[in-house]
Design a protein around this ligand. Sequence first.
Ligand SMILES: [Zn+2]
Length: 252
Amino acid sequence: MLTAKAVIVCLWFAALFIAERLARAATPPQSPARLVRNAGLWFIVLMLSPLIVAPLTAWGVNHVFWTRPEWMTAGAAGVVILAVDLILLDLWTYWLHRAYHRVPLMWRLHEVHHRDEFLDTTSAVRFHVGEVVLSAALRLIPIAVLSLPLATVIVFETVLICAALFHHSNLRLGKKFEAALSKVIVTPSIHWVHHHAVQRDTDSNYTSILRVWDFVFGSRSPTQRRYDMKIGVEGVEDKPLLRLFLMPFGRH
Ligand SMILES: [Zn+2]
């Protein structure tokens, strides 16, 4: 299943990476420097996170993940239960994202993602390895509370990464199509506002997959996307790769 997840994510990434160059929404920066930074942070995650996440998952399989009775995983009941589990994990991810913005020590990690000064598919893989590991560790809480099987978590992670690649992408969508889609899921225009370098907007539009959470918990921004909005973190600039990597550990 992990191989299927990797194949789906890689194909979706490649498709969006090409599509956003054929039909781009905003004009990207000319300099390749940010692409190098984003690729560098992704490379660090690919190199370091398996060292921590793999043992964490193995530990989870033995101590946290549950094996459910067959009636809960087969037929119509299995589909309904899977859908409910995915919705609850999305709700968890919404609040985790809010926590990354609200808890100063968590923001130190998440800020590395927000320092990006443009958005495209590479922004979706630009995370500090510390955030990737912390998110994986904290996800053990809903897994234990909801008694989730490993397969459900792999399905959720596949959907979550594909959703993140989509809503960070610089893909130009038809206005009516995106307006209809944005009533259900997060679209690039909605997430663009989350990356607006104005604190009020940065602390809004937290949801990752289902749009409903921002409405339910009052975090929807009324700001409409404009392509000339400054993207990043209010009052500060992006940094070179090494300084981004060290940023959570030092003084700002
Ligand atoms: Zn954020």
